[in-house]
Design a protein around this ligand. Structure first.
Ligand code: DLL
Length: 441
């Protein structure tokens, strides 16, 4: 039995503050954030003016509903710097994630934003029992994805020794755990499961290893998958949530007292739960779409971001002592975004790539499966009769070219399977482009 009273809390004063105090902090920050955004971002100024709303109209937290929603399309329209609220020479880092079409969503951070981000990560790390001196091995990629660098800085701030191994090369990861005495692994749950399987094949002794904690996130982590990793790797794992548009990882984190929920960093994010169809608030504790307003994001503020993630939020006290509201872990999205090994993929991106290739029809199907513990995506592409050839070399070169084009846009490797003309099943109703065969644990 864990004794939560003796477990470290990164920012005890804030993380265990009475709820009235949290609401006071949120309101003060919301007023400032709306004024900051209105003064500096033309897109929002226009939208607020159209609604006849001025920053001074924000008098209560509920007044957030006077503000317009933001979704991915706004970030796409204003790509790359249209929503930035600080001069670019004050931006110290850029990150991006997939948009619904070819262009990514770009976000920037100034020194202040990086500081807030690191604090949020340090908090979730301590929720999982990570302490200064832990040796944290990164299995997220260090690219434009927010997972790698975001967690890296926060863990370093906490006082961990970072081992920036990056994504892939599982055998090397296993060797590093042994060589460097790694105690914390940062990964998507699917990659952790893959490491587990590869390790077992190679005779890696998880029980004897130094590894103690897994910090997961970036994709849904079904409870059964987590339990399985915990028992096979002999570690404790937490599942942590976030999204690029509002910061990256660090929006909410699982504590060890409430394993199916995640504490939202409420002093930095105002949450709402709305009906995904109407955008109206749902009653307290009822499931709906999570809408987030970052409360002190300077470089690229966003108001009322529609996450498309379905969850419910509760505000009752938690046994860990933290008072920040908890959201149910996200299992389902309200849109068609797929998460493939932590990377966001939209069927529309596949469609755009295929539209630019001569010799293929508009019919395609995406099949997602779990292979060796990892997500595997295959795009079935229907050939036009004119492009059909009985030369094996030609067909395999064509397949390779399509796979390369898809990878360049999706940023994740996919298999391509060519299908003869008419070979993709036609649907009478809504076309089903995606078949997700991954086990629903
Ligand atoms: O995945 C940020 C992140 C990185 C979080 C590493 C945690 C760890 P995006 O690439 O923008 O950002 O993808 C955001 O991924 O809207 C959810 O649909 C999904 N997602 C992220 N974390 C979780 C999670 C990062 N723990 C989108 N459980 C979000 C379920 C998650 N879904």
């Amino acid at each position: 039995m864990l004794d939560f009273s003796t477990m470290p809390v990164f920012d005890r004063e804030i993380e265990t503050a009475p709820r009235e105090r949290i609401r006071e902090i949120q309101l003060a920050k919301l007023k400032e954030q709306v004024a900051w955004t209105y003064d500096r971002v033309a897109w929002y100024r226009e939208k607020l003016d159209e609604r006849g709303v001025a920053p001074a109209d924000i008098r209560t937290l509920e007044d957030v509903r006077l503000l317009p929603f933001t979704d991915k399309s706004v970030l796409r329209e204003t790509f790359p710097y249209g929503l930035f609220a600080v001069p670019l020479d004050e931006v110290i880092e850029l990150h991006s994630s997939s948009g619904t079409t070819g262009k990514p969503i770009v976000v920037g951070y100034n020194v202040h934003d990086m500081d807030v981000w690191s604090d949020c990560i340090a908090r979730l790390a301590q929720m999982a029992g990570v302490v200064p001196g832990d040796r944290a091995q990164m299995a997220f990629g260090y690219g434009m994805f927010t997972g790698g660098f975001g967690l890296h800085y926060g863990l370093q701030k906490l006082g961990c020794m970072m081992i920036p191994a990056g994504s892939g090369n599982t055998e090397r990861h296993l060797a590093m755990i042994e060589d460097y005495g790694t105690t914390v692994l940062i990964a998507t749950p699917s990659y952790a499961m893959h490491m587990c399987e590869v390790g077992e094949k190679l005779g890696f002794d998880w029980e004897a290893s130094t590894l103690r904690v897994g910090l997961f996130g970036g994709e849904p982590c079904p409870p059964k998958l987590k339990q399985e990793i915990e028992s096979r790797m002999h570690i404790v794992c937490t599942d942590n949530y976030g999204l690029t548009e509002v910061m990256g990882p660090g929006v909410s984190g699982e504590c060890l007292a409430s394993r199916d929920m995640q504490h939202i960093a409420e002093d930095h994010f105002l949450w709402e739960v709305v009906d995904p169809e109407t955008g109206d608030p749902v009653p307290d504790g009822v499931e709906g779409e999570l809408v987030l307003t970052p409360l002190d994001k300077q470089a690229i503020p966003v108001l009322r971001y529609r996450t498309h993630d379905l969850t419910r939020v509760v505000t009752e006290p938690c046994a860990c002592g933290r008072t920040h509201a908890r959201m149910q872990k996200v299992r389902v999205r309200s849109d068609d975004m797929l998460i493939i090994r932590g990377t966001n993929v939209f069927p529309s991106q596949v469609e755009d790539v295929l539209a630019g290739i001569e010799g293929v029809t508009t019919h395609y199907r995406i099949v997602v499966e779990t292979v060796g513990g990892l997500d595997s995506m295959t795009v079935h592409v229907e050939l036009k009769a004119s492009a059909f050839s009985d030369s094996f070399e030609e067909m395999s070169a064509f397949t390779k070219r399509i796979a390369e084009k898809l990878k360049a846009v999706l940023l994740v490797g996919v298999n391509v399977k060519l299908v003869e003309p008419g070979g993709i099943e036609r649907c009478l109703g809504k076309t089903k482009h995606v078949e997700d065969r991954r086990a629903k644990l």
